[in-house]
Design a protein around this ligand. Structure first.
Ligand code: PHE
Length: 345
């Protein structure tokens, strides 16, 4: 009986095949140890038969209960394991692939079009001095054009010279000066970069914004080259059906100066809310490099002429895709950005 009691206690530790074998070994009708002992009871004297028979029957009931309990426990464990198992048929989580920001796509596209025309890329620092940002570009110290550039100065030094006075460049045009002072013409460069103005952040202004500057200086360059180059650019960037027009304008560093408009990309030129009913959208400033600017860079204006232009990639992005508010381009909202999905080739 003691041996059987030990086996009874051990049932709770058995796995499924061992449980089945043990059940047969104890309760099996032919070989079961307990069955066998119960059969032997019949041969005992009456009094012993009663006592031992009752004890063995009670034990049999305990065994039956133990086997049933263990079987239930094993079944429950299997069910839990199945519930936690990896489901290899489950679809994976949707991966969110990265993509280029629409402004980056636009900068890449603009630079690529000018590269095809033989323009190289030049870069310059975002902290400039007053001399290259204004003076060399022919801004007189008290010129009202300086009002157009609400400048962010870096640690203003009282009595500093224009060479010493540092500022956040208000346009990419000082890189024209750097390029022209670096070596003899010809130059054909585009200059992508960030510029800063102390502007409020509203639907059409941002205090930090991109620009792409262009500069071509060589013998015999005329306004015809400017118009042909920028018209070709607009047709490549907006599509062959785009119309362009040049309006007279003013910049201290170009003479003559112009602003270029393209036919409204939303209404095609008939007039809508996006173009304020005019049918046109302004996209860039341009002009022939001012003689004084060439001289400021040691270039002989009798021999060399050139044209320059400057455009804003955020503005170009808004015009190309009909984005109504520049702040959308700074927000990082995936619902907005995922509509563009640019991938660098
Ligand atoms: N620098 C001018 C601006 O920021 C743009 C420009 C560049 C105009 C080159 C003419 C020539 O507004």
């Amino acid at each position: 009986m003691d041996v059987l009691r030990q086996r009874l206690a051990a049932i709770a530790t058995l796995d499924a095949p061992a449980l089945e074998a043990e059940e047969i070994a104890v309760l099996g009708r032919k070989q079961g140890v307990l069955t066998h002992q119960l059969k032997e009871v019949a041969a005992l004297p009456l009094e012993e038969k009663r006592v031992r028979g009752a004890a063995l029957n009670a034990l049999k009931i305990e065994f039956e209960a133990a086997f049933a309990a263990r079987r239930a426990a094993l079944a429950a464990a299997t069910a839990t394991a199945a519930a936690h198992a990896t489901d290899r048929s489950m679809p994976g989580r949707r991966a969110w692939p990265g993509s280029l920001h629409p402004v980056t796509v636009v900068i890449d596209d603009i630079v690529a079009i000018f590269r095809e025309l033989g323009f190289a890329v030049a870069l310059g620092p975002e902290i400039e001095n007053d001399e290259r940002n204004f003076t060399a570009l022919n801004f007189p110290p008290d010129h009202p054009a300086l009002d157009m550039h609400d400048t962010l100065f870096v640690a203003p030094i009282a009595g500093a010279t224009t060479d010493e006075r540092l500022l956040m460049r208000t346009h990419t045009s000082p890189v024209q000066i750097r390029v022209m002072r670096e070596g003899p013409p010809p130059f054909r460069v585009v200059i992508p970069g960030v510029a800063y103005r102390n502007d409020p952040f509203d639907a059409s202004h941002a205090p930090a914004f991109s620009q792409i500057e262009g500069l071509a200086v060589d013998e015999g360059i005329s306004f015809v080259d400017l118009k042909a180059t920028l018209t070709h650019f607009a047709e490549r960037f907006f599509g062959a059906s785009v119309k362009v027009r040049f309006r007279p304008s003013f910049f201290p560093f170009t003479e003559p100066s112009a602003e270029m408009d393209v036919s409204c990309t939303i209404c095609g030129g008939t007039g809508c809310g996006a173009c304020k009913g005019t049918g046109w959208m302004e996209i860039l400033g341009c002009g022939m490099v001012h003689e004084q600017v060439l001289r400021n860079c040691g270039i002989d204006p009798e021999r060399f002429t050139g044209f320059a232009f400057g455009m804003g990639p955020q503005r170009m992005t808004m015009v190309r895709y009909g984005v109504p508010d520049i702040r959308l381009l700074y927000g990082g909202d995936m619902r907005f950005l995922a509509q563009f999905g640019g991938v660098r080739a």
